[in-house]
Every structure is written in C-alpha cells, then in structure tokens.
Design a protein around this ligand. Structure first.
Ligand code: ZN
Length: 296
C-alpha cells in the first residue's frame, strides 16, 4: 500500500505524525510521498522525510496557486510578474540545493480553477497569473528531466473548459522532450485527455473522490486507466474518504495515508479485481516511478 500524494507538512497531519504513520504501517502501508506547495513547507517536508527515511519520500514543488496567493490575495496587483519571478528564482535555488534529498518534483502544474472563480478579476491580471504559472511549471519540468526525477502534476480547469489540461500536456511535451515522467495526480478533467496523458508515459493518481457519490466521472477515468498506470493517493489532509465524511462522530474530517485501504477497496470494485491484487500491482508502479534504481 502506498500514498503517492499527500501533504504531511500541513495540519492536522503534521502534529500527529507518529500516530498517523503507525496507523498506516498497521494497515500494511509501505511508501508515502509527501509534497510541498510553497516556500514555507519545504523545510518541514525535508525534516519529515529525514525522520522516516524508509517510509516517507519527499517531493518539492511550487503549487500553481502559490502565485495568486502571494500577489493578488495579498492586495498587490501591480507587480505580479516581477514579484512572482523573484519568488520563483528563490524556489529554484532552494530546490537545486535539495535535489539529493528528494525523490520527485511536486506538487507542480497549472490551476485555472482558482482564478476562474474570481469573476471580477481583470483579464490582464488573469493572463499574467497564467503566464507565470506556465513559466514556473516549465522550469520544474526542465529540472525534473535534467535530473531524472518524476513529477507530481496538478491540472485543474474550471468546469466546461479544457484549457488548463491542454496547456499542461503541451508544456510536458515541449519541456520534457519525451523524457518527462511521473503522475497526473487527482486527474478529474475531461476523459478525452486520458489517452494523451498515458501516451506521454504518465501514471494517473486516484484518491477518495472515487469513494464519493459525486465521483462517477473519476470512476470512469479509473475504469479506462490500465492497472499498470494507476497510483493511489489521499491528497491529505484534503479529501477525506466517504466513511469519514459521513461519520457524524468525527468532528475534524481529514484524509490520512491509512485511508488508502478504503480507496483501494473502492477502486478494486471499479476494476473488477481483488483489492489484494490491485494493491500488489500498484505498489510495483510506485516503486517503478518514485524509487530511483541505483546506477551500476
Ligand atoms: Zn496536493
């Protein structure tokens, strides 16, 4: 059992880490890949990886919404490009310094959903944010390829649009030059892009959305994804599984690595194979993607 995408540096996971890791191990868990999203959670993520070197792998990345959070949401709309470029340069320096301590680049990608929600936002500002997101993602793809690291990619459109996933696929193809590899985490866009994603050699990460009533579209994507390209993830603390969501006794609802068990059970039904078999096969996928073989 593995969790290929989680944010252990976020609360309430961070403060309760020993218990959370123990629960995962008790359920047969093997690997966790924790992802960073901004400049603040890098050190905590690296620290967590050091504490559990045989279980927790670390991915460092800059989440696409980082730029709007650090510019327009802080009331600074005038120097988005300059400020963002400075932040990106800072991140790249820290990333390069820490390459020996990580297993992947992530969470990275593009997000047109958050800016899409801001209906009153000036189109010029929207474009500036999208441009810097693309620049940042392009650089992260380049560094992944140069250093043979897999990517954990976020691609989220506003409903009815495919602009974001198309841009992501184009950047991976262009900057990756056929060498980029990794996972499209929590892909919930149009199913017609599944084949292009698989054609790029990428895996697809499935989380508790497949346990939700509303998860039918993602269950369809899962159905069409070959077992040898499936990874499981919680995206914790976000996306608690259905059993936690509907449990009125649980006040603080969040996802943790042990929830993978429930996700695998739901996925096994969709794929019509035994949970044990699915777990075994997808753990092999994790090993293939994230554990770098020692060079001889
Ligand atoms: Zn995430």
């Amino acid at each position: 059992m593995h969790d290929a995408h989680i944010h252990l540096a976020m609360e309430p996971l961070k403060s309760d880490l020993p218990r959370i890791v123990d629960t995962f191990l008790e359920k047969g868990g093997k690997y966790i890949l924790t992802q960073s999203t901004d400049l603040e959670d890098i050190n905590t993520s690296l620290e967590i990886g050091k504490q559990y070197p045989n279980i927790i792998d670390v991915a460092l990345g800059l989440h696409p919404v980082f730029f709007e959070e650090n510019t327009i949401e802080k009331g600074n709309e005038n120097h988005i490009s300059d400020q963002s470029k400075e932040l990106l340069t800072k991140f790249m320096i820290i990333l390069k310094r820490n390459l020996p301590n990580i297993k992947a680049i992530g969470e990275t990608g593009l997000d047109y959903y958050q800016i899409g929600l801001q209906k009153d936002l000036n189109p010029k500002i929207k474009k500036e944010i999208k441009d810097i997101q693309k620049q940042s993602f392009g650089k992260q793809v380049q560094i992944a390829v140069e250093n043979n690291f897999p990517l954990s990619i976020h691609a989220r459109d506003i409903s009815g649009s495919n602009e974001c996933v198309e841009d992501v696929i184009n950047i991976v193809a262009r900057e990756g030059k056929g060498l980029a590899r990794g996972c499209f985490h929590s892909y919930s866009g149009d199913i017609k892009y599944l084949q292009p994603i698989l054609d790029l050699g990428f895996y697809v990460g499935f989380n508790a959305i497949i346990t939700y009533k509303s998860g039918e579209d993602v269950r369809q994507i899962l159905k069409e994804t070959p077992v040898e390209r499936i990874l499981f993830e919680t995206d914790g603390p976000f996306l608690p599984p259905q059993s936690v969501r509907k449990n009125k006794k649980i006040k603080n609802k969040f996802a943790q690595p042990a929830d993978i068990k429930e996700i695998i059970e739901a996925a096994a039904k969709v794929k019509n194979i035994s949970p044990k078999e699915l777990e075994k096969e997808t753990d092999k996928n994790y090993e293939k993607v994230f554990i770098r073989k020692l060079e001889i």
